[in-house]
Ligand binder design. Structure first.
Ligand code: TRP
Length: 336
């Protein structure tokens, strides 16, 4: 069985530095220097589950596509597409709805979290605010994965359960009809750093502690200057292992650079200076990407063309599999 890597990026929000370190950079690196067959896609049908602002969905789709391309994702090497350009995905999603026990979805943790929140708030309806999209979100994700018979699914911890549900659904379908789908496996990278945010907690949009990725250089510097530090004075030795500034520095530095910086902390570097060094290090890495990002953002037709080419490649594969599924379930021409 051939290895095929596949992962989706939900199109809500604009990528920040934490997304870059935690997902984009490792994913792009993983596609370099090997001949793995890789599929990356913009999960815009997943985006509309929680985000109901059409402008935001649209802007986020462009920004995320431009970000991944700017950071070096090579659309010639990987198949890079938009979920909504592949009509076979929603088609398979329905077929899977009919092969998936409702009880399996009752156990999905995004749904359970919503129910728990309703109960905690004393809401009389445990399903208050829960759409069918949220409820069966793992079925759409199973279709994303199984349509392409992907084997390796790089995801964050919170998505492991969904990949397991895709395996369940594949098993149920194969058993009922015939062996069409392979069993995917979640790949969780334990090495990848979760970037620390401005306030010392994990960098996350929901904490409002993010550093922008491709805002102007000036805004990047301004955000870095806002990182919370202790009140130690210049000249006082500082503990790098108790510093958000150093924590972020480490995510961009080579081993030698890290060690050198450790020494400067011990020597009493001023916080302002440490932050300036951090700004310069980050900017040296992402500066060239920022230019490409800006070029793509001001030329959305180019991004659209790249996505259309990706969709063609993806659909070449999808059509054959959906035809096999239709045949297997008895949806076929009456004339043959
Ligand atoms: N649900 C995933 C997330 O929120 C995104 C996603 C959608 C995905 N479809 C996928 C990831 C298929 C891997 C495979 O992160």
């Amino acid at each position: 069985m051939n290895k095929r890597v596949l992962t989706g990026i939900t199109t809500t929000g604009i990528p920040h530095l934490g997304n870059y370190v935690g997902a984009i950079r490792p994913a792009v690196q993983s596609t370099e220097g090997n001949s793995d067959d890789a599929y990356f896609f913009l999960a815009d049908y997943h985006g509309i589950i929680k985000c109901h602002d059409p402008e935001q969905i649209h802007e986020s789709t462009l920004a995320i596509a431009a970000t991944w391309l700017a950071c070096g994702l090579d659309p010639e090497r990987v198949t890079f597409y938009r979920q909504s350009d592949i009509p076979e995905i929603p088609e398979l999603t329905w077929v899977f709805h009919c092969a998936c026990a409702k009880g399996l979805m009752n156990r999905a943790h995004a749904y359970k979290a919503a129910v728990d929140a309703n109960n905690a708030e004393g809401n009389t309806d445990p399903d208050h605010g829960v759409s069918m999209g949220l409820f069966s979100y793992p079925i759409l994700m199973a279709a994303d994965i199984l349509l392409f018979n992907a084997t390796h699914i790089p995801v964050g911890r919170d998505q492991i359960q969904h990949v397991e549900m895709a395996r369940d659904i594949a098993g149920r379908f194969n058993h009922r009809y015939r062996d069409i789908f392979v069993f995917p496996e979640a790949v969780v990278d334990e090495q990848t750093a979760l970037l620390t945010g401005l306030d010392g907690r994990k960098m996350s949009k929901s904490y409002g502690n993010t550093i922008p990725l491709f805002d102007s250089e000036k805004k990047l510097r301004k955000a870095i200057m806002k990182i919370v530090t202790n009140s130690q004075q210049p000249g006082e030795p500082k503990d790098p292992d108790d510093s958000t500034v150093f924590d972020i520095y480490r995510a961009f530095a080579s081993k030698e650079q890290s060690n050198e910086m450790r020494q400067r902390y011990a020597d009493g570097i001023a916080w302002g200076e440490a932050k300036q060094a951090l700004f310069e290090l980050i900017n040296a890495e992402i500066g060239p990407f920022r230019e490409r990002y800006e070029a793509l953002m001001s030329n959305p037709q180019e991004v659209e063309m790249i996505l259309q080419r990706g969709a063609e490649k993806a659909r070449d594969e999808a059509r054959g599999r959906i035809a096999a599924v239709r045949e297997a379930i008895g949806i076929r021409s009456l004339g043959a």
